[in-house]
Structures are given as C-alpha cells and as structure tokens.
Design a protein around this ligand. Structure first.
Ligand SMILES: Nc1ncnc2c1ncn2[C@@H]1O[C@H](COP(=O)(O)OP(=O)(O)O)[C@@H](O)[C@H]1O
Ligand SMILES: [Mg+2]
Length: 259
C-alpha cells in the first residue's frame, strides 16, 4: 500500500457529491439484481466498486451513464436529477467518460485512427485535436504501436488506447469497468499509476472503478464500496473496509489482508 498512491483523500475539503444514486432497484426478468441501493461518489475521489462476479457492478455503471433505466430510484450528477436524461446528454453536459469492461475500441482501426475517430467528435479545433492526440499517444507510450490495428494490440495496450480515448474530452468523471481484467503484473501496476495520475492532474476529477478482485483496486482507491446480495454491504477507506465484519463475512473472507 502507498507505493503507488502518494496521498489518500480521507477528509474532503468541499465534500461535494458528484454522483448520487438514491433508492435504486432493478430487476431483469423478475430476478432482482439491485435492491434499494443508495450511494454517493464525491468530486475528486477514486472510488472502488467491489463485488463478486455477476453481482451488478456493470449494471450500476449502466444506470449511471443512462444505458439502463432503474425500476425505482433516481440518479443525480452535480445534484441535478438526470434520471430521465439520455446517454449523450449525461455524457456531454457533465463530461462523463467510460472505459467499458470489454471492447471500447474499433478493432479494425489503428490506435491512431481510434483516437482520431473520437477526437473528431469531442474536440472542435483541428489544431487542438492533433495536439491532444499526440499528447495522449506520448503519455500512454503508444507511439510504437500507433499504426497497428486495435485487434492486434496486447490487452494492456488496448486498455491504454481505451483510456486515452476516454480522456480526449477532458472528463470530470471517468468510469472504468474492470480495467485490470486480463492484465499481467507490469500492465496492472502501470495502469494503477495511470489512474492515480488522472486524479493528480485534475483534483476535481472523480474516477469510479469496478473490480471483482479487491487487491489491485484497493491499492489506489480513496474509498470503496462493496456490493453483495443486491445491496451495498460496506463502504469506507480501504484500511477500514478490510476490517469491516460485514465485508469480511460476505466478500473478503477471513484470510484477506492488503499488505
Ligand atoms: N440485460 C440483461 N438481461 C438479463 N440479465 C442481465 C442483463 N444484464 C445483466 N444481467 C444479470 O444481472 C446480474 C448482474 O450483472 P452485471 O452487472 O454484469 O454483474 P457484474 O458486472 O458485477 O459482474 C448478472 O446475474 C447478470 O447475469
Ligand atoms: Mg461487470
């Protein structure tokens, strides 16, 4: 702990809620997935969303961005009720970007073409577009592979292209759905550093990151929430969360520690 992340936000100066879910319930074909869930993600924090496979993490992301409508409950961004706003309006007005669990790139376009496709949509000025693409290619060390089609990139490289694409619009909220999935150890720590740098670069930016395995995510989270049995069963700073009895009973197990 603490090698990658140099500071943890434990007390929030402004403590401004960025994203709030209030009393959200959702069922698929009469099978309830989320039962009266309420949560707040604050401006500037890296918030981990943990929980076993199939518990509803991606579903929560989809509810935040507007792909799914809950059966009950409301969604607020910057204290504005966005429950009935369409996907594009939430993305544009509140500057929300997503790095999806799978895909997220056009497989038959090169790394450079992928970035250009998104830049054309989100950056008006041509000069700025070119500058931003070049900056992100350098930042994510993609120069050597910029002319390679996305389908031939390694998992870690593809993830970096996806994240670079998500950053073109200079987002205030970045949602990453299981970004560590399938990455080797080096790529994992590189990605952890990248995520921590997103926070350092813009202290108002909030990142919400899901994972089914706790260790990689807790290393970089200011706070994490645990989803189990349709509910948020525990939440808090990583060091407190690992001691939480509910979290240990329903998610971590007794042998878990983060050292
Ligand atoms: N469109 C859908 N129709 C029916 N069931 C779904 C649908 N999407 C997700 N589910 C189910 O909802 C549960 C939660 O899925 P998901 O949010 O993808 O879990 P997680 O991301 O935590 O692994 C799973 O049991 C999944 O099978
Ligand atoms: Mg998922």
């Amino acid at each position: 702990m603490g090698i990658i992340k140099k500071f943890y936000i434990t007390k929030f100066k402004k403590d401004r809620p960025k994203i709030e879910l209030k009393n959200i319930s959702l069922s698929f074909n009469k099978r309830q997935i989320l039962d009266n869930i309420s949560l707040t993600i604050r401006e500037g924090e890296i918030c981990g969303l943990l929980g076993p496979n199939g518990v509803g993490k991606s579903t929560i992301f989809n509810i935040i961005i507007g792909i799914l409508k809950p059966d009950f409950g409301e969604i607020f961004i910057d204290k504005i009720n966005v429950t009935h706003l369409p996907i594009y309006e939430r993305a544009k007005r509140f500057n929300v970007s997503v790095v999806p669990q799978n895909g997220g790139v056009f497989s038959d376009l090169t790394c450079f073409q992928n970035l250009t496709a998104i830049a054309d949509l989100v950056i008006k000025e041509k000069k700025e577009r070119i500058f931003k693409i070049q900056k992100l290619i350098a930042k994510f060390e993609l120069d050597a592979v910029k002319n390679i089609k996305a389908k031939y990139l390694s998992g870690g490289q593809r993830k970096r292209v996806c994240i670079a694409m998500a950053l073109l619009s200079n987002p205030k909220v970045v949602l990453m759905d299981e970004p560590f999935q399938g990455l080797d150890l080096m790529s994992t720590s590189y990605l952890q550093e990248t995520i921590v740098n997103l926070q350092t670069e813009d202290i108002n930016r909030c990142c919400i990151i899901s994972d089914h395995a706790a260790r990689d995510l807790l290393k970089i989270s200011d706070r994490a929430l645990i989803l189990a049995n349709k509910k948020i069963i525990a939440q808090g700073a990583p060091k407190d969360l690992v001691k939480d009895q509910n979290a240990r009973n329903f998610y971590f197990g007794d042998a878990f520690n983060i050292n």
